[in-house]
Design a protein around this ligand. Structure first.
Ligand code: SF4
Ligand code: SF4
Length: 342
């Protein structure tokens, strides 16, 4: 992988130089949090913490039309997907995207996801952890793939820039004169020092070792009832989680005109209706059963299939759940450690 240098003062110039690729989206302040929004390079908050919603909102929008149909057949809605530059993606969020790539492009390729992924340039940016981040524990505090360009802080006046794809190379070449290959030994030292300092800033300690076995052993534990009693079944945890990907499909039909459209929207396995089937039977009517499913996906089954959790340590469930059920409190509860809920 090629690594270059970009002076911090040239970042704005670079983002302007690549604007012909598509609309620029980046983290901007929204109240006391951040959100990816269309913005000019001047308004980007380079010190942004986690955004309210992760990168999945670009690849799988909250609601979209898959196709329209009539008596003659159907037409997939793929031609109106816009090209975008998403700047400021943090490593854990790119890791979340890599997990979605597996789910949406391998066994059952999803043309809507694939088209949006192709048309979205991902430019990552390193970040500092706050009191809820634990990507160091999930091995997602750095990423090696899934981005087109990745800019890392060095604690000096330049970024180190990783080129992660041919699109990233094309983007860099649109302003090649701003980049330099002149990386000295002391630049590498500054970068590693910055990384060491960053590592010291993590505050959440979560032990995920042996989680699959702990889940298996806890399948019928009373712990799930205790957690289920607290849960409000609001679905917020899965809405904000970068790797949650369940969706619902709904048809809108105009019978008289013999035409209609098929729409997709986000869904959550923590919601009561999620497991409701024809005939009125709900095979996960209890909140405890639904939460067990949610966390089994995050901390057990994905490890079994891919050797790592599908939790990327972004901390969103820690800041979002109104009753403090999250990857941290859950892992601690299963380990029978003392947990202080709000
Ligand atoms: S489970 Fe929580 S910390 Fe882990 S990826 Fe999802 S929202 Fe982030
Ligand atoms: S765990 Fe928390 S965020 Fe998730 S559904 Fe229950 S109350 Fe809502």
């Amino acid at each position: 992988m090629r690594i270059l240098k970009l002076k911090k003062k040239d970042l704005k110039k670079f983002l302007e130089s690549i604007s012909s690729f598509g609309e620029l989206w980046a983290p901007v302040k929204k109240g006391n949090r951040w959100a990816f929004q269309p913005t000019a390079p001047d308004n980007i908050d380079l010190d942004a913490g986690r955004t309210i919603l992760p990168l999945k909102k670009f690849m799988v929008p909250q609601k979209f039309t898959m196709f329209k149909y009539n008596k003659e057949g159907y037409t997939p809605e793929l031609s109106n997907i816009p090209s975008r530059i998403v700047f400021g993606a943090h490593p854990c969020d790119i890791a979340g995207l890599n997990i979605l790539d597996k789910l949406f492009t391998e066994n059952f390729p999803d043309p809507y996801y694939i088209e949006r992924r192709k048309k979205t340039a991902i430019i990552g940016l390193s970040c500092l952890p706050d009191e809820f981040c634990f990507c160091n524990e999930t091995g997602t505090d750095t990423v090696e793939e899934g981005f087109d360009l990745f800019l890392s802080e060095t604690g000096t006046d330049f970024y180190l820039v990783w080129i992660g794809s041919s699109l990233g190379d094309d983007l860099m070449r649109m302003a090649e004169n701003l980049f330099s290959e002149d990386i000295a030994f002391e630049d590498i030292q500054k970068f590693t020092n910055w990384k060491k300092e960053r590592a010291k800033k993590f505050k959440v300690n979560i032990d995920l070792t042996g989680m699959p076995s702990i889940f298996e052993l806890s399948l019928n534990s009373k712990i799930w009832d205790k957690i289920g009693e607290r849960c409000l079944a609001c679905g917020s945890c899965s809405m904000v989680c970068p790797t949650c990907n369940c969706y619902d499909v709904k048809d809108t039909v105009e019978l008289r005109e013999c035409k209609g459209e098929r729409n997709r929207c986000w869904d959550s396995c923590t919601l009561h209706e999620y497991s409701l089937v024809a005939g009125g039977h709900n095979f996960r009517a209890n909140r405890s059963d639904r939460l067990r499913l949610w966390y089994t996906h995050k901390l057990e089954s994905f490890i079994g299939a891919y050797g790592k959790p599908s939790c990327v340590g972004c901390g969103r469930c820690l800041v979002t759940c109104p009753v403090d059920i999250n990857a941290y409190t859950l892992a601690k509860t299963l380990r029978e450690e003392e947990v202080f809920f709000k």
